[in-house]
Design a protein around this ligand. Structure first.
Ligand SMILES: [Zn+2]
Ligand SMILES: [Zn+2]
Length: 216
């Protein structure tokens, strides 16, 4: 579990792996308003809801970095229990619509999900805090979430510690992910913590120096 008390206690974030492919799910909460968002509820809805209860936060939005099966499978269960709305970039709608096929390909039990409630736009403000950055390449609708006040980026499968997301799945494209990382992510503060889609956190500065796939 990776956990930080950010920005003099105002923002809380908790990241933990969920689901069969161990996608990192992140809870980001504002202690002043008591509101939180869930990013990438890929499975284990009971675990996610228990963590939210323990933090005493009310979920107001469910945000997806992209619509690969391992990042979405608990969205419907969390929406049903909390009433929070589901957000996704429209360019990943085709992946959301082919969830059953994705599950079959990866041998993961399929669970139908409700339609997203809102399509994310580039630079759009999120319900609790932060903004969406459209960073296509891993998938056409891949989106990162930037929390300036907390100096924190949630990158989904776009950027990993010393690696980047694969581009051989539906709609993936290497020159596009390279451009997204160089132009949108590497222009952020070097000290910003990066929450990745799988595995440990990193920082923008470290990846600019050390990432073997994309030059800083
Ligand atoms: Zn993915
Ligand atoms: Zn993933």
């Amino acid at each position: 579990m990776q956990e930080t008390n950010l920005s003099p206690q105002r923002f809380i974030r908790k990241t933990f792996p969920v689901g069969p492919l161990q996608c990192n799910c992140t809870l980001l909460g504002d202690t002043q308003t008591g509101k939180a968002i869930v990013v990438d509820p890929g499975g284990d809805p009971e675990k996610i809801l228990a963590e939210l209860d323990a933090l005493g936060l009310q979920v107001v939005g469910i945000y997806h970095t992209h619509a690969h099966l391992d990042h979405v499978l608990a969205a419907g269960a969390i929406k049903a229990r909390t009433g929070a709305s589901i957000h996704l970039h429209r360019e990943d709608k085709f992946l959301w619509d082919m969830l059953e096929q994705q599950c079959a390909m990866f041998g993961v039990p399929y669970q139908a999900q409700p339609e997203p409630d809102q399509w994310l736009e580039d630079d759009q403000a999120l319900d609790c805090c932060g903004v969406a950055l459209h960073t296509p390449g891993h998938s056409p609708g891949s989106t990162s979430f930037w929390f300036e006040e907390a100096n924190l980026l949630i990158a989904g499968d776009t950027l990993f510690r010393r690696s980047i997301g694969r581009t051989d799945l539906w709609g993936g494209d290497y020159p596009t992910i390279e451009r997204s990382i160089q132009e949108r992510l590497f222009s952020l503060d070097d000290a910003a913590v990066v929450v990745t889609g799988h595995g440990p956190d990193t920082s923008i500065g470290e990846e600019k120096e050390e990432n073997p796939f994309v030059r800083g």
